[in-house]
Design a protein around this ligand. Structure first.
Ligand SMILES: *[C@@H]1O[C@H](CO)[C@@H](O)[C@H](O)[C@H]1NC(C)=O
Ligand SMILES: *[C@@H]1O[C@H](CO)[C@@H](O)[C@H](O)[C@H]1NC(C)=O
Length: 271
């Protein structure tokens, strides 16, 4: 009963968390949310509102890129839905690279590509289109999120420019599947129980009871009895001819009677 309540609570929590992340990361063309996109956002839920920073030096300038997963970089009421912000160190300059209200997600077996579009417009490059941030999240086990860094800024094209980032996270990993079947787990448990019984029994017989030799095996008389019973059972089930009948009639059985005339004949012949 308690476990049922626990599962209901867990399921409710998961729905609540994924609902929240889906609402904050507003998908492009997301008036009608696809199940696939919602599932990817749900996978990202453990990273929600986590903040990552990467520094890049360009000539004498240093830029800091701040990335928040489905959350705003600026937390006061001047926020404009920026999910990835570029700030120039020692200056007031900053540019929004992408906004969470224009999110796009795609994923493969061991990666998730999160894009924020609708950033600040380029001044002259790329036909003055809005900036776009792409964050490639690759599967890395045993780390929730690490290694956020800038890969490159592609802005030499006339359109579809982007800033590319990468990050390692276990949320991008395929669901862990057990390599052991239920049958083999049962076998292993059984083998462990047998081993425990033998070792425990051995230790008990040797050091508590003080047994020697074969007597050290736990419940030796029972197992000997058991072995005999099994042998008898096998004898009864597997043998095609009854063995006891075989021995019982030998000596006084029909074959001796049948042999007798032959023997007599043998004796008679040479005479
Ligand atoms: C932000 O909030 C402060 C007070 O909390 C208010 O004075 C200010 O006008 C607000 N700014 C915007 C852009 O809403
Ligand atoms: C996203 O938010 C920004 C700033 O709040 C706004 O200017 C823009 O129109 C919004 N984009 C969409 C698609 O709603």
């Amino acid at each position: 009963m308690a476990s049922v309540v626990w599962y209901v609570c867990l399921a409710g929590l998961l729905v609540a968390v994924s609902g929240q992340i889906v609402d904050d990361c507003v998908l492009v063309g997301g008036e009608k949310k696809s199940d696939v996109d919602v599932a990817i956002l749900a996978k990202l839920a453990p990273l929600k509102n986590k903040r990552f920073e990467a520094k890049v030096e360009e000539g004498s300038d240093t830029y800091v890129y701040t990335f928040v997963v489905c959350g705003r970089v600026i937390t006061n009421n001047t926020s404009t839905n920026e999910g990835l912000l570029q700030t120039k160190v020692n200056s007031k300059d900053s540019s929004v690279i992408g906004r969470i209200n224009e999110t796009h997600v795609i994923s493969g077996s061991d990666w998730i590509l999160l894009s924020y579009r609708g950033g600040d417009k380029y001044d002259s490059h790329c036909g003055s289109e809005p900036r776009t941030a792409m964050i490639m999240i690759s599967c890395t086990k045993n780390t929730l999120a690490d290694g956020f860094m800038v890969i490159k800024e592609e802005r030499s094209k006339s359109t579809e420019c982007f800033y590319l980032f990468e990050m390692d996270s276990s949320v991008a990993c395929p669901p862990e599947e057990s390599h052991l079947s239920a049958g083999s787990i049962l076998l292993i448990v059984f083998a462990v129980l047998v081993a425990l019984y033998l070792i425990g029994g051995f230790v008990y017989q040797r050091f508590v009871v003080g047994a020697k030799g074969m007597e050290q095996f736990p419940n030796i008389t029972f197992w000997q009895e058991f072995g005999n019973l099994v042998a008898d059972g096998c004898d009864f089930v597997c043998r095609s001819r009854p063995r006891s009948a075989d021995t019982a009639y030998r000596g006084v059985g029909d074959d001796q009677l049948a042999e007798e005339p032959e023997e007599r004949d043998d004796h008679l012949l040479p005479m």
